[in-house]
Write a protein that binds this ligand. Structure first.
Ligand code: HPA
Length: 272
């Protein structure tokens, strides 16, 4: 199977760097790079050097895979992720998760920038994902399935690991940061939503909306890789009082909450 071979190629390349087996994988979202400052970096590898990795086309994403340590914990961190709206297939955007899993990670932590539809959410809030609704138009598991990946029909009754969730909540509390909890709906993008769409997505039961994360979480669940995700609320999506928002503002708000989020991630990862 071609995908298995591609994973093996990427793994063989990454194993050529002297580094122990990473314990945790990290995917950093739009405007969220600060966690890198917590990593004692051993290697920083541009995506384009890794066999079969797509190249990041979004300017706000750095496009490096970092190998290093947070405390004593060896980690692999993706400085920037791939999105469906960039034109990649779902298989391509989730390829790094498969590679990190093949390299032996035992937990996956993800961050993203998201629109807050829950009226209780304000710009800059941190929200732990409790569940999601997948409204992206393709599925990363579509196509031939190798038993090496896991079940053809993965269970999704608990897509986010409760233990990691509790650890993140405890770390937030210890640091005096509020961590809310919510349901994330993933859309294709790249345009933001109309008022009618925010109203519709809110009625569907979602608290947050964004253009990433869910494909990676679906693959992690198939691989039975425990994962957790935290959103930074970058814009308030009240359909009755909607203001225009730009990507620059989204990035600026994400950056303003980045330190708090990174301190929480670092504390949990150092304890793994
Ligand atoms: N909609 C979709 N994706 C987003 C948003 C939004 O309002 N904000 C940040 N990412």
């Amino acid at each position: 199977m071609e995908l298995l071979q591609q994973i093996a190629d990427a793994k063989a390349y990454l194993q050529s760097f002297p580094f122990e087996q990473a314990r945790a994988g990290i995917v950093l979202g739009t405007g969220l790079g600060e966690l890198i400052n917590h990593i004692k970096i051993a290697h920083s590898i541009p995506y384009h050097q890794i066999p079969h990795f797509p190249e990041s086309t979004v300017e706000s994403h750095k496009g490096h895979l970092v190998l290093g340590h947070i405390g004593q914990t060896p980690v692999m961190a993706m400085q920037g992720r791939f999105h469906y709206y960039e034109g990649y297939t779902m298989q391509q955007i989730t390829f790094p998760v498969r590679v990190m899993h093949a390299m032996g990670i035992r937990q996956l932590l993800l961050s993203n920038a998201a629109g807050g539809m829950n009226p209780g959410f304000k710009k800059g809030d941190l929200v732990l994902l409790d569940d999601h609704i997948n409204m992206q138009p393709e599925n990363p598991l579509r196509g031939l399935n190798s038993p090496a990946f896991g079940p053809r029909f993965p269970d999704m009754s608990r897509p986010y690991d409760p233990v990691l969730g509790q650890q993140l909540a405890a770390a937030a509390k210890a640091q005096g940061s509020a961590l809310k909890s919510g349901i994330y709906v993933s859309v294709m993008g790249p345009n933001l939503e109309t008022r009618a769409e925010y109203r519709f997505l809110r009625m569907a039961g979602a608290d947050l909306v964004g253009m990433s994360t869910v494909p990676e979480v679906i693959v992690a669940n198939q691989l039975q890789l425990p994962c957790a995700a935290v959103s930074v609320v970058t814009d308030e999506c009240d359909p009755d009082n909607l203001h225009p928002v730009s990507i620059e503002e989204i990035i600026a708000v994400a950056a303003s909450a980045d330190k708090k989020l990174s301190d929480i991630f670092a504390a949990v990862i150092a304890g793994l």
